[in-house]
Design a binder for this molecule. Structure first.
Ligand SMILES: [Cu+2]
Length: 268
């Protein structure tokens, strides 16, 4: 049966974007706690690195300053922390669920460490909440700028991020050494494909580094070996799971990839 393919393509393509791998990568497993070295001083707090993958995290906190400091870890998700009148963080106003942990009373030249078993993805505030009292003067280290953000990334999502993958099938026999071109077009864009890749045989494909957006996916056998748009005689198909002859839309949001974007090619 012949299916009409309702996808607009142009004659000249530049097949330069996108990258192709035939083997998709599995999730990354973190067997050991990721070390984060944090230095404290007047009045700075510096984690290295500033971002880790989710999972066990070991904070090694060193005071390189001249007075006592501490480090408190709170999940903030980028929101401002509640402050007390003296300019320190009002820790009593922070929900227990957001309080991750702390090391107190780190003396000058000393280090303390603690390990978080399952640090979840999100944005965290690292800060020193020491308040020095001297007569009638109070000095909140937080108010002096002794705070910073720390990011925990979703490891599994990072692995699957920004990819479109699926399979190309073709029951015909015109392949005969020609390439299969997979083209990802932005919805409503009649220009060259936003992303493309080639396969030397039918099977699995993965195209990486796709920006968020709404796309259609087309594949065809490049019988003319011109790496150009599909010609009238070239076997073609779209991602069309409801098989109504119109390419279905593929949506990427929040950097999350999509799977099973399968395309079946037909002779015509
Ligand atoms: Cu401090």
């Amino acid at each position: 049966m012949r299916t009409r393919v309702a996808v607009t393509v142009v004659m000249v393509w530049a097949l330069t974007t996108g990258s192709l791998s035939l083997v998709s990568q599995g999730p990354a497993f973190a067997a050991k706690a990721t070390p984060v070295n944090v230095t404290l001083q007047e009045f700075k707090i510096r984690p290295k690195p500033r971002s880790v993958k989710a999972g066990a995290t070991k904070f090694v906190v060193k005071n390189v300053g001249a007075v006592d400091h501490e480090m408190v870890v709170v999940r903030s998700d980028g929101q401002p922390l509640p402050l007390a009148a003296d300019g320190s963080v009002d820790e009593d106003a922070i929900p227990a669920s957001a309080t991750v942990g702390e090391v107190e009373d780190v003396a000058p030249g000393k280090s303390k460490k603690f390990t978080m078993k399952g640090l979840e993805p999100g944005t965290y505030a690292l800060f020193c909440n020491v308040v020095d009292q001297s007569g009638s003067t109070t000095l909140a280290h937080y108010a002096q700028g002794m705070h910073t953000n720390f990011t925990v990334r979703d490891a599994s999502r990072a692995a699957a991020k920004r990819t479109i993958n699926g399979r190309v099938t073709y029951p015909g026999n015109a392949l005969d050494g020609h390439k299969i071109i997979i083209a990802i077009n932005r919805q409503g864009d009649a220009g060259p494909p936003a992303y493309s890749a080639t396969l030397t045989k039918t099977g699995a494909y993965t195209i990486s580094n796709i920006a968020d957006g709404t796309y259609t996916v087309l594949a065809f056998v490049d019988l003319g070996d011109d790496m150009g748009a599909p010609q009238a005689n070239e076997p073609v198909g779209t991602y069309d799971p409801d098989a109504n002859g119109v390419a279905d839309l593929v949506v990427l949001e929040g950097g999350v990839g999509v799977k099973s974007i399968d395309v079946s090619l037909e002779d015509r």
